[in-house]
Design a binder for this molecule. Structure first.
Ligand code: HEC
Ligand code: HEC
Ligand code: HEC
Ligand code: HEC
Ligand code: HEC
Length: 326
């Protein structure tokens, strides 16, 4: 009898344990105020994970930005790198700097929060209106528009460049290239928002070809994939064409051309390549009677360690390379 009771007690304890392990988590309550993107995380984990490795999440801690802004002592730099919500300042209006949670950079709240008392009655902008969802999302077309990104992305004319393209005319906007539908087929769009840091995306921007012209070689670069100039935005970016003889011996790369929008004080021409356009670059020194190697490199920073002898293999990233033979 004692043995049976003992066994029953054990079974009951096991059942209780299983019940505890399987009970649903306590129903999440919406916070009264959104004060951190951590709050969104509890219900939107996948998007949080995507965003947290994006450059938006890093915009306050990015060492390049900290160095150039003198650790944000230049207060002008705070505006877009730790902004107030876009919907508070207005679509395509330049955002204002915020004073709290700066470490979260361009976060969920900056892009989604609606001002208190918004006419839609919602708390966050979304693609669907779900009145009984805890964060009360309201479908607003402005959210997915290119004008929305322009609130921060027209400093160096990216949005202006896009407006002049066939993409804009066909309704292909920023999110169609930078916020793809998720590969796993789950609804919504990937919040990683890749840009110049992703060399595969940079590769997709251009077609790179080479031809013989009389006694020398020339290369052609066509902007086939960027919805704006190549390379766009941050003046620090540059793309460079190099060549070297292909005769089995070691030769350093020689620079022939640079695509870049320089800082005002540099007094250099703006050589960015508009969408759909092709640039033809002759290589006068490269005789078309001998084989050569030509390459396009991309730099996140525009200055070479030794400007007289640039070393693109170590200081830049290879976009495309071709061998040209007579
Ligand atoms: C109007 C909005 C805006 C303001 C103001 C602004 N930035 Fe930015 N910044 C951006 C955007 C958008 C990007 C991303 C585009 C890109 O990388 O090309 C960016 C990118 C950068 C990058 C490149 C980051 C990297 O990892 O390579 C640096 C560096 C930078 N900003 C520095 C600054 C400094 C310094 C200031 C103040 C003088 C400043 N920004 C002010 C919007 C702004
Ligand atoms: C307590 C849980 C909870 C919290 C916290 C929460 N949400 Fe939501 N959110 C939901 C639910 C549930 C839905 C409806 C989703 C569905 O039906 O698939 C939703 C929907 C959304 C949508 C619309 C989805 C669409 O398809 O358009 C957006 C945008 C959104 N949330 C953003 C946020 C942001 C930004 C935060 C933080 C400021 C946040 N949410 C905080 C639970 C939450
Ligand atoms: C740089 C701006 C930006 C940031 C930062 C951002 N979002 Fe979004 N989010 C968008 C845009 C734009 C869309 C709508 C895309 C469309 O129209 O399909 C969107 C869509 C959504 C949706 C709808 C469903 C989906 O998967 O697309 C949810 C939910 C959402 N965001 C939540 C979040 C949360 C949570 C965070 C922070 C972890 C966040 N967003 C950060 C711009 C942003
Ligand atoms: C509230 C301001 C703001 C808004 C709105 C915004 N961005 Fe950004 N974005 C930034 C800043 C600041 C950076 C630079 C972060 C850094 O590198 O320090 C950035 C960086 C990027 C990058 C560059 C990533 C890389 O590799 O360097 C891409 C791509 C991008 N944003 C796309 C978008 C798109 C698409 C939208 C519209 C859906 C958008 N952003 C809306 C502020 C914003
Ligand atoms: C047809 C596809 C396409 C469209 C549309 C498009 N982009 Fe891009 N974008 C690219 C490609 C490809 C690159 C990489 C090459 C480059 O930097 O130009 C890029 C690069 C970028 C970068 C990275 C710059 C850097 O310095 O790291 C930013 C920021 C950006 N785009 C913002 C935008 C914004 C904002 C819009 C809408 C106004 C937009 N893009 C529309 C394809 C597109």
């Amino acid at each position: 009898m004692r043995r049976v009771l003992g066994f029953l007690a054990l079974v009951l304890a096991a059942v209780a344990l299983v019940a505890i392990l399987h009970s649903p988590p306590p129903k999440a309550e919406p916070p009264a105020n959104f004060t951190s993107s951590e709050q969104c995380r509890s219900c939107h984990q996948q998007i949080y994970d995507e965003w947290s490795v994006s450059w938006h999440a890093l915009s306050w801690s990015d060492p390049e930005v900290r160095a150039l802004s003198n650790d944000f002592q230049n207060a002008d730099c705070i505006d877009c790198h730790a902004p107030q919500p876009v919907f508070a300042t207005g679509i395509a209006e330049r955002v204002l700097p915020r004073t709290s949670r700066r470490g979260e950079g361009v976060d969920c709240i900056a892009c989604h929060e609606l001002p208190v008392g918004h006419s839609s009655g919602g708390r966050v902008a979304g693609t669907r209106t779900v009145p009984d969802a805890p964060c009360a999302p309201t479908a607003l077309r402005d959210l997915g528009s290119s004008a929305f990104c322009a609130s921060c992305h027209d400093q160096h004319d990216t949005t202006k460049q896009w407006r002049a393209t066939d993409y804009a005319a066909k309704g292909i906007g920023c999110i169609d290239c930078h916020m793809k539908k998720r590969a796993d087929g789950s609804p919504g769009r990937d919040h990683t928002m890749l840009g110049g840091h992703d060399i595969e995306l940079v590769r997709s921007a251009v077609d790179f070809r080479g031809h013989k012209q009389g006694d020398h070689w020339l290369v052609e670069i066509e902007n086939v994939g960027a919805g704006h100039h190549f390379p766009t935005e941050e003046r620090a970016r540059a793309a460079d064409v190099f060549w070297r003889p292909l005769d089995g011996a070691e030769h350093p790369w020689k620079q022939v051309y640079r695509f870049r929008s320089p800082y005002h004080h540099e007094a250099l021409p703006d050589t960015l390549l508009p969408a759909h356009e092709t640039r033809t670059i002759p290589i006068p020194e490269a005789s078309s009677s001998a084989p050569v190697e030509v390459a396009l490199f991309y730099s996140l920073k525009p200055y070479w360690a030794d400007p007289e002898h640039p070393d693109p293999e170590h200081e830049a990233r290879l976009v495309k390379k071709l061998e040209l033979r007579p």
